[in-house]
Design a protein around this ligand. Structure first.
Ligand code: ZN
Length: 118
């Protein structure tokens, strides 16, 4: 099955990523109750850690992290392959620019198109 990760490249300052379902900003709301229900997880490669993981994916994310430590692969790719939802996909936005030399960072956000019932 192809990995459902959409890669986007961006030059310059990091852009805010908005939820494609409801339009809420993702990182601005990270860690607050305003984070919308469509977000499955967030991950930034520079941090090397998941920022937010939806309740239903805690165990899968834990497994993906362990697998990635052992095999040196991106935990997001492992996690996406283990998510059993047809409506799940991931946006990967790579920002590149010059800080003290060329640098780039990739922010990953997993989404689902079907919100849970309240
Ligand atoms: Zn949303």
């Amino acid at each position: 099955m192809p990995s459902k990760i959409v890669m986007l490249d961006q030059k310059g300052d990091p852009a805010e990523i908005y939820c494609p379902v409801c339009g809420q900003p993702v990182f601005e709301n990270e860690g607050t109750s305003a984070l919308c229900s469509h977000i499955l997880f967030t991950y930034v490669d520079l941090a090397g850690e998941f920022g937010y993981v939806n309740q239903e994916l805690q165990e899968l994310a834990e497994g993906a992290r362990g697998y990635s430590d052992v095999w040196g692969v991106c935990p997001v790719e492992v996690l996406m392959l283990s998510i059993d939802r047809p409506d799940a996909f991931c946006l990967a936005v790579t920002t590149s620019g010059l800080a003290c030399g060329p640098m780039s960072a990739t922010a990953y956000v997993g989404f689902k198109f079907t919100p849970e019932p309240e």
